[in-house]
Ligand binder design. Structure first.
Ligand SMILES: NC(=O)c1ccc[n+]([C@@H]2O[C@H](COP(=O)([O-])OP(=O)(O)OC[C@H]3O[C@@H](n4cnc5c(N)ncnc54)[C@H](OP(=O)(O)O)[C@@H]3O)[C@@H](O)[C@H]2O)c1
Length: 247
């Protein structure tokens, strides 16, 4: 086994991420709040060079200052924004080790025939196209580096259909199809693609309409712990489902 830049090259060609997060360049979209913010906090504590992104510049800047991260605003539904985010990161740090497509949107539950399709389209733009744009720019850079890791935040809603949540489920199922294909296209390239399927978390995602049992949902810090534990395995699971522990 020999070392190739920051990644460990195993004899049979698969390359897995070193458990050492220190000095890794990590980009996290949707990191001004919720799961993304919690991921940013943990990665900065581990000594990674963390770039956080979201649309709201002021909020992002405040979080960046608090965590010691770099803030670069971008709307993931705008391909130009995402391309310039990647360019700025490479200009600043010279590489991208981990790119986390975390930015996400949700709409309140409702029967299919009553869904506001404009809102479904907008959600699809974030949950599917945002993930595709982010993965593409990360991949282009990681191919040049011969290594890296793309982590896509999906949902347990992408494992089973849910009554009242057809639009959100569809957007996440679509992102699953994309992510599985991305993994196949990057096989043996040194680029690892990880899918994370969290269950319900207590975040701002539900600001518009809180689920009745939200107090039973997981804290994002619990989910981040599981994500980081997985990364620290010698062979991280490429598909990680994180549900609330049963009592
Ligand atoms: N909460 C849950 O129960 C749950 C369960 C499973 C999966 N997830 C997934 O986990 C991820 C994180 O969600 P969360 O619960 O942490 O949500 P959250 O608290 O609402 O945070 C969402 C983040 O995404 C950013 N964002 C939204 N639209 C964006 C856009 N177009 N471009 C760039 N950034 C955008 C927001 O900042 P700005 O508004 O400033 O852009 C914010 O930083 C999402 O992919 C979500 O689908 C959540």
């Amino acid at each position: 086994m020999h070392k190739k830049s920051n990644f460990t090259v195993l004899p049979y060609g698969a390359i897995f991420f070193d458990m050492e997060l220190k000095d890794k360049v990590v980009v996290i979209t949707g990191a001004s709040k919720g799961l993304g913010r919690e991921l940013a906090q943990t990665f900065t504590k581990e000594g990674a060079k963390v770039v956080i992104s979201a649309r709201s510049e002021k909020e992002l800047q405040e979080v960046a200052e608090e965590l010691g991260a770099l803030a670069i605003a971008a709307d993931v539904t705008k391909e130009n924004d995402v391309e310039s985010l990647a360019r700025d990161v490479v200009r600043e740090y010279g590489r991208i080790d981990i790119w986390i497509n975390n930015a996400g949107a949700w709409i309140p539950h409702g029967p299919i025939e009553e869904l506001d399709m404009k809102r479904v389209h907008d959600m699809m733009e974030v949950n599917l196209f945002g993930t595709m744009y982010g993965s593409r720019v990360a991949l282009i850079q990681m191919r040049k580096q011969n290594g890296g890791m793309i982590i896509n935040i999906l949902s347990t809603s992408a494992l089973e259909g849910r009554s009242g949540s057809s639009g959100y489920c569809a957007s996440k199922y679509a992102a699953v199809g994309f992510t599985k294909s991305l993994r196949k296209e990057t096989k043996d390239s040194g680029i690892t693609v990880i899918s994370i399927y969290p269950g319900g978390m207590q975040t701002n995602l539900f600001d518009e309409e809180k689920p009745e049992d939200i107090d039973k949902y997981m804290q994002p810090s619990f989910v981040v712990e599981r994500i980081v534990q997985n990364l620290q395995q010698r062979e991280p699971k490429e598909e990680l489902i994180i549900r609330r522990p049963s009592k």
